[in-house]
Write a new protein. Structure first.
Lengths: 89, 265
């Protein structure tokens, strides 16, 4: 069985649009493996979170407009915080 | 059952351009059950209810949001920055709370010490300036120091919230003089936040002339939160009315209440 070609070949073949099978953004402090091309909306769907009950901070920027969730792509190295209201004084 | 004192006896609390008819604000933390919380809040008659901003626990189901138990159409949700130890963190939490989409109000806490939970007043002033410039209505939790209170008002706070005693202590109003002094010198509303333990504490606090009280643990940690919430509602109203009524002067001698004339020979 021949050796698999080095990854660099695929990088060259994809000519700038690198596709890997998965990404691992850090979500609420934990690495989260997701399919490449996933968005903030996908992330909320995966955790079964109602977008109207949470607030998302993407790389320290709050996504105040929830209609941007479906367009905001995630990547490895991204830091996502998902917060909500809990009991407090 | 109405929880509002007749308008002829009191005027609304006006703060941040809004009118409120309850002078009791309550927190939502530390209740044994969500049912205890919702029933106690209802019994308190509060309109303004504080909530905290925290990470969603992604290992659990999503039913832990407080919004499953509090109707935002019924209560005015006031996000806090509890747990923040720097101005930058408090500003970040305030903006996250605003992004929830209910209002631009924040109960601002910048804590300086974990043992006493006393405020870091330098950080508090910085965060108040930043948030007021960003359009927030800032309700600033502070200590009972007049100078800090004056500076918070200058910094743009919509309300100054001096403590009665440390958060969660239940020690009651430790310095009525300081609270009266702050109230007499500020233009914005003064709401005492933290330290009230039982109904008499609330009543005495309102008798100082402040505009309201915010409490959490006094209700949540009572053996019967619904009864205590009812007691607090009545105590806040009683203290407010007693203040407005104007108490009699204190005298260190007895003065008879019945006529001294007309006694039998």
């Amino acid at each position: 069985m021949p050796d698999a070609p080095p990854l660099s070949i695929f990088r060259l073949m994809s000519a700038g649009t690198v596709h890997r099978s998965s990404i691992t953004p850090v979500v609420n402090g934990q690495p989260k493996a997701m399919a490449a091309g996933s968005t903030v909306a996908d992330l909320l769907r995966e955790f079964q979170l109602d977008p109207h009950l949470v607030v998302v901070e993407y790389n320290r920027t709050i996504l105040r407009d929830r209609t941007t969730y479906a367009a905001q792509l995630l990547a490895s190295g991204d830091t996502i915080e998902i917060v909500h209201f809990v009991g407090g004084g | 059952m109405t929880t509002v004192v007749a308008p002829a006896l009191d005027s609304p609390l006006v703060m941040g351009g809004r009118e409120f008819h309850s002078r009791l604000l309550v927190g939502t933390g530390k209740y044994a059950t969500n049912d205890d919380m919702t029933r106690a809040i209802q019994a308190s008659g509060a309109e303004i209810v504080t909530v905290a901003v925290r990470r969603v626990n992604l290992q659990r189901s999503n039913d832990e949001s407080i919004l499953h138990h509090l109707d935002p159409a019924r209560y005015f949700l006031l996000a806090n920055t509890a747990g923040c130890y720097t101005a930058d963190d408090a500003v970040r939490y305030a903006r996250l709370g605003r992004a929830a989409g209910f209002n631009e109000w924040v109960k601002l806490e910048v804590i300086g010490d974990p043992q006493t939970l006393l405020p870091d007043t330098t950080g508090l002033l910085d965060a108040t300036r930043t948030l007021a410039a960003d359009g927030f209505k800032v309700l600033a939790y502070t200590n009972d120091d007049l100078i800090t209170a004056l500076r918070l008002e200058d910094a743009g706070a919509a309300c100054v919230m001096p403590l009665a005693s440390p958060i969660g202590s239940g020690l009651g109003l430790l310095n009525p003089f300081s609270i009266r002094t702050i109230k007499s010198r500020l233009t914005v509303p003064v709401i005492v936040d933290a330290g009230v333990g039982t109904a008499s504490d609330a009543c005495v606090t309102m008798e100082q002339g402040v505009d309201g009280i915010l409490m959490n643990t006094a209700l949540a940690a009572a053996a019967d939160p619904v009864r205590m919430a009812t007691a607090m509602r009545l105590a806040v109203e009683a203290g407010r009315l007693a203040y407005l009524a104007g108490r009699m002067p204190r005298r260190e001698i007895a003065v008879p209440s019945s006529p001294t004339a007309g006694m039998l020979e």
